[in-house]
Design a protein around this ligand. Structure first.
Ligand code: SAH
Ligand code: SF4
Ligand code: F3S
Length: 432
């Protein structure tokens, strides 16, 4: 039997999809890259914005039609955050769905898929099952490792705590074991994932105490053969001095912090329940840069949150100018059921959200360009991740993308690269 899996949403979803694939492959399923070749199509979904949901629903439409008209034996399953959010509704809304599985039942996926071959299955139980580590993908140089699940922050716009549940951290031992296994398969870089890694508290099964995130970094830093460690995401409200120190002092931990600001207006930040002010954030950035001069800082921003007027928007604009982020991911506010902001009037028009988004995108583009231009003529250390059409692709320690023209076998190597050009946010260089 063959399955196909398509993934939407964040890095944690990509990790979960690897878990699903590994579990199915262990049961003898074969993974295919073309959905038309599959007996079972799975889609791992994201509910963070309406747009993310719409994309999934249009895919389901295509697969449903194919099943109806061409291949009645085809099975279709929906996993992840939309399943957890919509539950039973999906079964009624999409008569061709065979499986609806939420975010908590991933460890049981092979059983659920098997049952779905016989009859329609809905699995939404919020059990706290241990997630079995996935297999490492072939030729992977860098890999995601989820160190915790869920979120306790309840930012007022965000559905994640409702679809992923409360925070729970893996034990440091199981994280280390997974890192070591990855390294033994050739992986050189791990990206430790959590919605807010700063609140990682892993109960050590060995010595019966709690390990926090900076301590976890120290443990991972000791793994031999590993070159680099990255992590995401850091909530500004609890990024500790210890974490800054860990990034500064641990040789494998890369100098990049993803630090979502969301808005530059204190009034909006408060409505968002972010628990820090613009001033707190600016102080934090200053502190990080003072300790780690070569650090790159990236962020997430939401435009058009309820009540965001021109004044509040311009405060975000001025913050972006002041901080000069290396990169920013900018989103239009999308009301989400269950969240507390859902009861606020979504009073910024679609056109205005669009305008603010484009304004910030343009601004950020010029800042990113300026920040990348600094590297032209310099030599940087790059970890080569994959082969692309134009050359080898890799990243600097502080997460800049680099294309290297070289015909040497560089995959998985740390190389010194002379940067000659900055083209559309990607640095180009050569290796000697
Ligand atoms: N845990 C991470 C990110 C979670 S979701 C954090 O705390 O930063 C990724 C990004 O999606 C968020 O940072 C936010 O900018 C955006 N986002 C979340 N909910 C949203 C919504 N309802 N509308 C628009 N953007 C949203
Ligand atoms: Fe959502 Fe806030 Fe949790 Fe991030 S920290 S996942 S934005 S509730
Ligand atoms: Fe989306 Fe779920 Fe991640 S809502 S952002 S896939 S946790």
């Amino acid at each position: 039997m063959r399955f196909y899996i398509e993934t939407y949403g964040c890095q944690m979803n990509q990790y979960d999809s690897r878990v699903v694939s590994s579990l199915l492959e262990r049961e003898g399923w074969e993974k295919v890259d073309e959905w038309k070749e599959a007996d079972f199509i799975l889609v791992n979904t994201c509910a963070v914005r309406q747009h993310a949901e719409d994309r999934v629903f249009s895919r389901l439409g295509i697969w449903g039609k194919y099943k109806r008209e061409k291949k009645p034996s085809l099975k279709i399953g929906i996993l992840g955050c939309i399943s957890q959010k919509e539950g039973e509704n999906l079964i009624h809304r999409f008569p061709y769905l065979d499986l609806v599985a939420g975010t908590f039942v991933i460890p049981k996926i092979s059983q659920l898929v098997k049952e779905a071959l016989e009859h329609r299955v809905v699995a939404l139980e919020e059990e706290l099952l241990e997630i079995p580590p996935p297999e490492i993908e072939e030729d992977a140089v860098t890999t995601f490792i989820s160190v915790m699940r869920g979120c306790n922050n309840f930012c007022s716009y965000c559905i994640v705590p409702y679809v992923r549940g409360r925070e729970r951290s893996r034990s440091p031992e199981s994280v280390i074991e997974e890192v070591k296994k990855a390294v033994s398969k050739g992986v050189k870089e791990v990206v430790l994932l959590g919605q807010n890694v700063n609140s990682y508290r892993g109960f050590s099964v060995r010595d019966g105490r709690c390990v926090d995130f900076p301590e976890l970094l120290k443990l991972v830093n000791k793994v031999e053969g590993l070159y680099r460690i990255r992590f995401a995401t850091s909530h500004p409200k609890d990024l500790s001095d210890e974490l800054i120190k860990a990034v500064k002092e641990l040789d494998k931990v890369c100098e990049h912090i993803h630090l979502p600001i969301q808005s530059g207006s204190n009034r909006i930040l408060q409505l968002m329940n972010r628990k820090y002010t613009r001033e707190d954030y600016l102080r934090l950035v200053e502190k990080i840069r003072k300790e780690i001069p070569e650090v790159s800082i990236t962020t997430d921003i939401i435009v058009g949150f309820p009540g965001e007027g021109e004044k509040e928007f311009m405060e975000t604009v001025s913050l972006v100018k002041e901080v000069e982020f290396d990169a920013a991911y900018i989103f239009k506010y999308s009301p989400r059921p269950f969240t507390s902001a859902y009861s606020l009037k979504d009073d910024v028009s679609k056109e205005e959200k669009e305008r603010r988004l484009n304004y910030l995108l343009q601004l950020q583009k010029s800042i990113s360009k300026k920040k990348n231009d600094i590297y032209v003529g310099k030599e940087v250390e790059v970890l080569v991740e994959k082969r692309e059409r134009e050359g080898w692709f890799g990243r600097t320690r502080n997460h800049k993308s680099v294309i290297i023209s070289s015909s040497l076998p560089l995959l998985g190597k740390l190389v010194k690269v002379r940067i000659v050009r900055n083209r559309k946010g990607i640095l180009e260089g050569y290796f000697r």
